[in-house]
Write a protein that binds this ligand. Sequence first.
Ligand SMILES: Cc1cc2nc3c(=O)[nH]c(=O)nc-3n(C[C@H](O)[C@H](O)[C@H](O)COP(=O)(O)O)c2cc1C
Length: 214
Amino acid sequence: MYTTIILLANVRIFEGTKKSKQSQFMYNLKIISSTVRPGRKGPMIAAWIAEKAAQTGKFEVEILDLGAINLPMMNEANPPIRKNYEHEHTRNWSAKIEAADVFIFVTAEYDFNYPAPLRNAIEYLYSEWNYKAAGIVSYGGISAGTRAANSLKADLATMSMVPLVHGVNFPMFTQFITEEDEFVPNEISHKSAETMLIDLIRWTKGLKVIKENK
Ligand SMILES: Cc1cc2nc3c(=O)[nH]c(=O)nc-3n(C[C@H](O)[C@H](O)[C@H](O)COP(=O)(O)O)c2cc1C
């Protein structure tokens, strides 16, 4: 099994009878960090947006770090649309994505595109992704990972996800990493994240209706 980080947005949900009532109104948000190389910065940025999402009180948040999950290159015999998975790693990945109401993809830019491990992780599944909203947080050099974000949007739409117009893009992102190795973005980034999260809540609410009305 792989390591995950779970953040619960509102501590009041741990208090007695309030728990089940409160959690009914929380969406299951999976934050997927795209990179797998040793020393990757993705999880640091994922942790920042996870904290922002948790602060809204609308999400139960889990970070899925592809570097920790360590999926092999897609090795299922059957097309994912059949959901007839042979391997435990696929069944585990399927269960995680099925449980999600909504996603945030935290993507680096590798060679003007999003990293191959993310493409591989998407490719493993099909219906688990369908009719769910997706925010994108990108980071890179001068382009802020926007080329990666644009490629990713096209592929998410192919899986019947709804990639949002509003996103967060970090140009020269290492400027936000302190000497203590903390990720400390500026006010513009906070505002972008807040705009994206408001939009994410709205789309998630709407898409749940669409998903359930077949
Ligand atoms: C294989 C590779 C390709 C890269 N290509 C780009 C690129 O096209 N654009 C960019 O802005 N940065 C590029 N970079 C720099 C990354 O933005 C930077 O290394 C970042 O830390 C990668 O994310 P990670 O630390 O989560 O792996 C590249 C880095 C690697 C390792």
